[in-house]
Each structure stands twice: as structure tokens, then as C-alpha cells.
Design a protein around this ligand. Structure first.
Ligand code: COA
Length: 138
């Protein structure tokens, strides 16, 4: 399926209708319209598109554009996982951010080998989650 997937750095033509099925396992997932707001508000996005133009994977980064960036979200739709799409999205995003000093992200320990293969290294971090805001609705 990977060879039927194309990649893009723009949101041209992407509507909420193209953003279906993401945030798997989130009790209160963002609606597609809010998913699009997330993409629009990001410093950089990379999308994987299926043959029908639907988004099948995405990665976002927020950044000051000067020194540091944070990779906030990465997800590939379950039927498309395990085919190299997530790796390609990370590679493309790291290339976009190559002029910056710091590129950070948080992940569960079991995903650290995935990011290590892509050139990142483990670190410790801190976080805060406001679960009442998980849907990211206005
Ligand atoms: C993580 C994710 C983006 C990877 O996308 P992908 O297209 O499947 O990635 P690739 O095909 O390039 O690489 C697959 C490899 O990722 C690793 N991987 C993926 N999910 C993993 C998990 N939950 N635990 C451990 N390793 C995992 C495995 O090494 C896997 O190799 P395998 O297919 O041989 O088992 C995808 O699994 C996903 O969307 N997961 C749910 C959301 C998520 O966890 N996002 C990351 C937040 S930090």
C-alpha cells in the first residue's frame, strides 16, 4: 500500500472530510474540523495521502522558527501502519527542521527504538494533560 501513498507538505485541498479515523483510542478525540485547525496552526505539517486523496497519516511540529521545535502529533491510520509511512513522515519532518538546534518529542518507551532508527535519542521529559480539553474543541 506504501507505493499508493503520496506525501505533501501543504494543506491545499485538505478539508475535514479528508481527515477521518484519526486519534484512535482517544476517549475524546478532536473532531475532523478541529484536526484541521491543529494542522493549520502548526509550524510544519507533513501528510501521507491515499489514492483517493484521503489523509492516511500526518505529523505536526510547532516551533519558534529560530531555535527549537516540538513534534506534537504523529499518526498513521491502522490499515496503513507497518508499511514505512510513519518513518517517512518523521524523516520528512526532521529534514524540514534540520536548520534548528532542538527538535524534541515525547513518546512511550516502547516507541523509542522507532525514533532511534530515525536518528533521535532517548531523553526524559515532563508533561501536563488537561483531559477536559482533549477534544480541542473551541
Ligand atoms: C507510531 C506510528 C506512527 C508508526 O507508523 P507506521 O507507519 O506504522 O511506522 P513504520 O511502518 O514506518 O514503522 C513501523 C515500526 O514502528 C514501530 N512501532 C509502531 N508502533 C509501535 C508501538 N506501539 N510500539 C512499539 N513499536 C511500534 C515498530 O518497530 C514497527 O515495526 P514493525 O511494523 O516491524 O513492527 C503508528 O504506529 C501510529 O500511528 N501509532 C498510533 C499513534 C502513535 O503512537 N503515535 C506516536 C506518538 S509518539
Amino acid at each position: 500500500m506504501q507505493n499508493l501513498v503520496t506525501y505533501t507538505s501543504t494543506l491545499d485541498g485538505v478539508t475535514p472530510a479528508n481527515l477521518q479515523g484519526f486519534f484512535v483510542g482517544w476517549p475524546h478525540p478532536p473532531a475532523p474540523v478541529d484536526h484541521l485547525r491543529i494542522l493549520v496552526g502548526s509550524h510544519a505539517v507533513e501528510l501521507a495521502l491515499g489514492p483517493d486523496g484521503m489523509v492516511v497519516g500526518f505529523i505536526t511540529a510547532i516551533s519558534d522558527g529560530v531555535c527549537s521545535a516540538y513534534i506534537a502529533l504523529l499518526e498513521v491510520l491502522p490499515p496503513y501502519q507497518g508499511r514505512g509511512i510513519g518513518s517517512e513522515l518523521v524523516r520528512r519532518m526532521l529534514a524540514r527542521l534540520a536548520n534548528l538546534y532542538m527538535v524534541d518529542l515525547l513518546c512511550d518507551p516502547e516507541l523509542q527504538p522507532f525514533y532511534e532508527r530515525l536518528g533521535m535519542r532517548p531523553a526524559s521529559g515532563m508533561l501536563l494533560r488537561n483531559y477536559a480539553r482533549q477534544s480541542c474543541a473551541p
